[in-house]
Design a binder for this molecule. Sequence first.
Ligand code: PLP
Length: 408
Amino acid sequence: MITINEHYLKLQASYLFSDIAKRVAAFQEKNPEMEVIKLGIGDVTRALPQACVEALHEAVDEMARDASFRGYGPEQGYGFLREAIAENDFQSRGADIAADEIFVSDGAKCDTGNIQEIFSTDAKIAIPDPVYPVYLDTNVMAGRTGTFADGRYQGICYLDSTRENNFVPELPAEPVDLIYLCFPNNPTGSSITKEQLQKWVDYAHANKALILFDAAYEAFIRDESLPKSIYEVDGAKEVAIEFRSFSKNAGFTGTRCAFTVVPKECAAFDSKGGKHLIHPLWNRRHCTKFNGVSYPIQKAAAAVYSENGKAQIRELTDYYLKNAALIRKEITNLGFDSVGGDNSPYIWIDGQGRDSWEFFDMLLNKAGVVCTPGAGFGKCGQGYIRLSAFNSYENVEKAMARISDALK
Ligand code: PLP
């Protein structure tokens, strides 16, 4: 008899985006003439940078000729991309990361979801609340949690991110083995300083723990004092793995390219306390289960690091940050407390005592604007909403004018 992995039965169905879609459809039916403006989702809206498009075209032409055609590439990614990443994203900022510590993949979602399988199932996990839901759900699937009760899974150490700690969680009060951190954060848009990150790295050293640092939104950091990479912090290479993506900096959400950094000295332990390097384990996993990102897409990703590519990416992220600044200004003028939007495309807004969904309904029904209810990202998200800067400036202007009119 074939039996299932019963841990899957513990998963809470995610109704967040389907509930949003249902409410939007109902509103649209009642108000067919109203143009609904979506500031809810985390998907980018602007076209790929020209430098990437040109590189993609050239690579497709190479694939069209026998002489330059390429079949399977190296599973870890082509050298031209890994070298460009190591040099531009890390070495140029004083982080000593080498090309062969970069593993190119088709998404930070897959990587943050897959990485946990190389660690033991009894590892104690710490996960921020609120946060990108993939970290939690993949650990539920792997059996590292108990059942779901009162809005939380048993056995997980939740790292509360609240106004009181400025949305940067405190170190855990109990010993943990695997720690997820995400900065700039989705959904709160909060960022972490080098000093705060250093405390986490020191904690990991002291407790033989490992940090999984998701830096998918690093391209939005404009405050030069903030770390873009955890490897800008002393001692991080031994205790941290970092995830990056071309999705939000270069609009690759539909094109798919990302990478994971596993430094050679990064280690974990066996049940007898013996030390094992993670790099060969992840390399083994990656090569066994993944066959590489396509050559044209890696060429397009490498173009991000060309002179034109760098300028175009800056322009792209500046555009979204201008939207974010407008959202933050208008929402502040209306008297709402918020965080994010300065080094992040997300603005996290306190509903002044309103339930997340009540706030969502109010914005939809009074202004025709779609946000994301904070409760969908964890218990601590209750009472908040997330507005996203991923839309056109004109739509953001229109949305904020409508919200101002409706709430004044
Ligand atoms: N990490 C975070 C924090 C995200 O918010 C997202 C997407 O929204 C991802 C990773 C997914 O990135 P990718 O498109 O590379 O899979």
